[in-house]
Design a protein around this ligand. Structure first.
Ligand code: SF4
Ligand code: MG
Length: 336
């Protein structure tokens, strides 16, 4: 028996006026029920596209998908729109960065939470409304019975995010995909929302894919990390393993460019030089080689000529030897 969510050799390409974008280029990962996978990378690394593919939300006229996405044993890549429609909301749900993309301004918050519940369970209007109020209460909205009658614009940003979480969880989905769920929020509210997600996961036992550019969010929330770069996974492991002993120069760069988790105010942050590559023409070999400071250590033209593979389980896609990695690694998370 495979994992609850199993993605195998996923390729996602889409056509643009300028050519074919290789948004996801051979990605594999597994996720078990009740656990959280943090997918980390800069924008344009393929992390959001991967999850739109899982949800079947890409535009099929312009997108080509190859590989396998198995949710609880069911193949999703070839599934029809009706099947996906039934799965979305019921078995899998999504939380976006901006709740206003998910919430309609024209209906009350309560109605928008009740609607998917009615649709997927066949519950009566009354029952669905009761359920919506219960969900608003669960996500920490005070006076849920009254607030259910409000429109989204009457809610603060943090409360809208809570309402969207209530909407996503109302059918008790087995898989929750959260794409930058706290990026738009201030730090305090961000921490509250992450706490809320953790609590709800305990209660509902959902598997969560948490997509973020912020390693701090992953450290707080996830069990495992997948680091993506240019449409590929470049490192994976448990949160503890990856933050304590990161093995890929790109992960080193991410760690050096974020405030440390122990938040030393005098610490110097070093941004990763250069910019992520165009996915119209990704660099050959290791996609990180144009920005990597360690290609000389590897020697020859190996970094630009030979694609490093990511091993199964804990590991990184990089040609450096374990010995070289130990010696070269600088910075990173401390105090874990
Ligand atoms: Fe850097 Fe080479 Fe490792 Fe890629 S394979 S991360 S270019 S050292
Ligand atoms: Mg994104």
């Amino acid at each position: 028996p495979g994992a609850f969510l199993s993605v195998r050799d996923l390729y996602v390409r889409f056509g643009t006026e300028d050519g074919v974008v290789k948004a996801v280029d051979g990605l594999s990962f597994d996720l078990e029920r009740g656990s959280t996978l943090g997918i980390v990378g800069e924008s344009g690394s393929g992390k959001s596209v991967t999850n739109l593919a899982v949800l079947g939300l890409h535009d099929p006229r312009h997108t080509e998908i190859a590989g396998e996405i198995l949710l609880d044993g069911q193949e999703l890549t070839g599934a029809g729109e009706r099947t996906l429609e039934r799965l979305r909301g019921n078995k899998m749900a999504m939380i976006f960065q901006d709740p206003l993309t998910a919430l309609s301004p024209y209906y009350t918050v309560g109605r928008q939470i009740a609607e998917p519940y009615r649709k997927h369970t066949g519950a009566s209007r009354r029952e669905a409304h009761r359920r919506a109020v219960e969900m608003l209460d669960k996500v920490g909205i005070p006076n849920p019975r009254l607030r259910a009658e409000d429109y989204p614009h009457q809610f603060s940003g943090g409360m809208r995010q809570r309402a969207m979480i209530a909407m996503a969880l109302v059918c008790n989905p087995d898989l929750l995909i959260a794409d930058e769920p706290t990026t738009a929020l201030d730090v305090t509210v961000q921490a509250q929302i992450l706490d809320l997600l953790r609590d709800l996961q305990q209660e509902f036992g959902s598997a969560i894919v948490l997509i973020t550019h912020d390693l701090g969010v992953v450290a707080e929330t996830a069990d495992d990390i997948l680091v993506m770069y240019a449409g590929r996974a470049v490192e994976r492991g448990s949160v503890r393993e990856v933050l304590r002993e990161p093995r890929h120069p790109y992960t080193w760069g991410l760690l050096n460019s974020m405030p440390s988790l122990t938040s030393d105010p005098d610490e110097e942050l070093t941004p990763i030089p250069g910019t992520p590559p165009s996915l119209l023409a990704p660099p050959p070999g290791c996609p990180f080689h144009p920005r990597c400071a360690h290609t000389a250590e590897v020697g020859g033209n190996r970094c630009s000529g030979e694609r490093p593979l990511l091993p199964e389980g804990r590991g990184a896609a990089c040609h450096l030897t374990p010995e070289q990695k130990r010696r070269l690694r600088t910075g990173g998370a401390t105090g874990l």
